[in-house]
Design a binder for this molecule. Sequence first.
Ligand code: PMP
Length: 442
Amino acid sequence: MFDSSTYHIWHGLSPMADFFRLSDPEMFLVGGSGCHVTDRSGRRYLDARSSMWNVTLGYSCEPVKEAMRRQLDVLPSGTVMRYEHPAEVAARYAAALAGVLPEPLRQIRFGNTGSQMTEAAVMLSRFHRRMTGEPGRQHVVAVHGSYHGTGPLASALTGEEFLHDLCGPIDTHVGYAQTPPAESCEGSVQNCSCVRPVLDVIDSIGAEQVTAVILEPVIGSYVLSPRGHYLESLVAQCRARGIHFIADEVTTGAGRTGRMTLSERLPEPPDMIVLGKGLSAGYFPLAALAVAQPLYDELADSGHRVGFPNGSTTDGHPIGMAAGLAVLDVLTAPGFLEGVRRTGEHLRGLIMDVLGDRDEVRGVRGEGLMLGVDLAYPDGTPWSVGDTNQLRLVCRDHGLLTSFTRGVLPLLPPLVITDDECAELVDRLGAALLEFRKRTEG
Ligand code: PMP
């Protein structure tokens, strides 16, 4: 019998009752190889969610494992939290990471989770205001439907209001704008009407009281890419109002979309970029905050004598740094990121070729290997969260691990997925869709 008196692991985010109802100790994972994982019963699954969207290089990336093993022998622990002795590998990794980010994102703070780093970004923005004579700027603007992690500040940044009430009080200085539209608007960069809802929220707070806007370049939960000039227009409008623009690239960064970051496509770069997940290919808890050099310099020039009060014991942990350096080597190898973009297009095409004539499949959204299958009822309304989760469970029964949200089945397999594995993914998804229909009609 599987219950909390025999198993003591407390599962994150899933309701407790669901975990015991839907899981089974035989499903606990014991192995991983390439793009597949194996559970206790010996069953193999194609992991089309890369654990939690982070195992970007699959489970067998030998260069990353080797770098971590070597580091373990030399200096197995360390910190950048305080004092004058960061691990030398942390400085090397910071320089390497800064070297692949858009100018002028040149100063890197390390942490362990995306939540920690989105909070750090907003805290840094506020700290900067205090140190440079604008203490009135405290508010942040985020968008509905976004995800920026959990924590008293990170949960507030996450634009899913049902999360806000459950563990409050949370930070109250966050305003929410309408989710970016999926369709392009007509306007130019200077005059793009899509960003009007964000500007309205800024105006309602008072622009001189807003310190930052935070946004995912692809809103992960719905795999929603703002179209047209949305992003560049938003950066320009923030800059015109003296507001920091924070790009949360925890999911989109480190190769997931076939680029190191999506921010590199912007004519004006963000003031901060948050990275996580794929930075270490999920082999170590690792996240980072990249800060624009001018912002850093303004802080340095402000002559303040206090440190930025933010950090944790294992920030800049040498094993994570070694993993990050080895992952960067893989991502920057000639042709690797182009290959991710090609595989993404291949998988998108295959899904539409094989499953596109099913009436519930309305299309595939996303960038690179951050894809989402759009699911709709005959009248065109998106599938409910319940039905989409049910399909996820049928996929699981067919040996395919996916995520789910309302009306979208996100597919974020490891970036090293082969064409044969793409075919396997689509086969398993097709079988699951058939069975789902049989179960609901039967
Ligand atoms: N920001 C984004 C865009 C994310 O996708 C996530 C994780 N899904 C986070 C922040 C939080 O990261 P973590 O789970 O590592 O705290």
